[in-house]
Design a protein around this ligand. Structure first.
Ligand SMILES: [Zn+2]
Length: 334
């Protein structure tokens, strides 16, 4: 490990951001404007060693790459994590077997004890919501929603300038809002969840089923291919995507009536397929929502750029009041 010592400095213009997913961890040094001073990645290797050990490893690598001073002054460490996060405790409330043994990990306490500086841990989509608030289309807005349409569907809800968290931090699971009470069964135990219709996983699975029903070979067909076929006018892909747009329109109309947002931001691999996708979502949403709610509402694409999760993770150090762990303030060797 490197010899760099991280020192807590509340006036520092830098923080560490860590984006921890099921397959990859990104860590970097970021500033308040979302600029990345340096960054590195490692595979998560779930099930092989603990996640906190893996975080120590990537920070060691980050500061080895840095090759800078022996003392590095930062405001603190922000983590964006897969799974359900207990916001107050900064611990993992629940994680699927995607990362075995991760449930219950007191990530914030472990990192605070190790580094003696403020640490914030939140789920990955709440952190993307901060990126939108500070760098993206939602700058200056106090009421907006973020949806990340990727492997799953995640959500972040901003009301009165604050992320809505619920009792322990689980609020905003928009992917598990039902859009059809007689619909497809979901991994969560629910029925007709948005995720079954609007995630990359759900789009791929429904297309494979459609092709098999037509007697065609569906092996290896994924969402990326469905989107390409849809844009080329393929009838089977159009049928699947029409269902996706109706499901998204239904979900967004409900959310609009519930939260009365100024903006809805759509991100993730599925939404990045282009303006035609956003146009269709807008159309299906406007058909289902009361005009009084949609007059000034904007539905837009998410902030584009590398490391948006890692940057949002670091931005937590400017979003929330800094709070020191109980004891000590000395920097620690990695
Ligand atoms: Zn579900």
């Amino acid at each position: 490990m490197g010899i760099t010592r991280l020192v807590y400095a509340p006036d520092s213009t830098y923080a560490i951001g860590i984006d921890l997913g099921g397959t990859k961890i990104n860590a970097g040094i970021v500033d308040e404007r979302g600029q990345v001073l340096s960054a590195c990645s490692l595979p998560t290797l779930p099930g092989q060693g603990s996640i906190p050990d893996r975080i120590m490893e990537i920070l060691g690598k980050l500061f080895q790459n840095e090759g800078g001073p022996d003392l590095f002054r930062i405001r603190g460490i922000g983590v964006a994590s897969a799974g359900q996060i207990n916001w107050e405790q900064g611990s993992v409330h629940f994680s699927t077997e995607l990362i075995p043994g991760y449930t219950g990990t007191p990530l914030r306490r472990i990192l605070e004890e190790r580094f003696q500086m403020p640490v914030f841990v939140d789920n990955d989509v709440n952190v993307l919501t901060l990126t939108e608030k500070r760098l993206g289309a939602a700058q200056g807005l106090r009421h907006f929603l973020c949806l990340a349409l990727g492997t799953g569907v995640g959500g972040g809800i901003m009301v009165d300038g604050q992320i809505v968290r619920g009792s322990w931090g689980g609020a905003g699971e928009i992917g598990h809002m039902s859009v059809d009470f007689d619909g497809l069964p979901c991994i969560c135990g629910g029925v007709g969840c948005l995720e079954q219709y609007a995630s990359g996983t759900g789009i791929g699975a429904r297309m494979r089923k459609e092709l098999e029903d037509m007697g065609q070979n569906a092996a290896g067909v994924d969402a990326r291919e469905v989107m390409a076929l849809w844009q080329a006018g393929d009838p089977a892909a159009s049928k699947i995507m029409d269902e996706t747009f109706r499901a998204l329109g239904s979900a967004l109309a409900s959310l609009i009536h519930m939260f009365n947002p100024e903006m809805i931001v759509l991100g993730g691999g599925v939404a990045e397929s282009g303006e035609a996708f956003i146009d269709r979502v807008r159309e299906e949403t406007m058909r289902r929502a009361m005009p009084s709610f949609t007059g000034s509402l904007r539905i837009v694409s998410a902030y584009r750029g590398n490391y948006s999760g890692m940057i949002g993770a670091g931005l937590q150090l400017w979003e929330y009041p800094l709070r020191m762990p109980a004891s000590g303030r000395e920097g620690k060797a990695l």
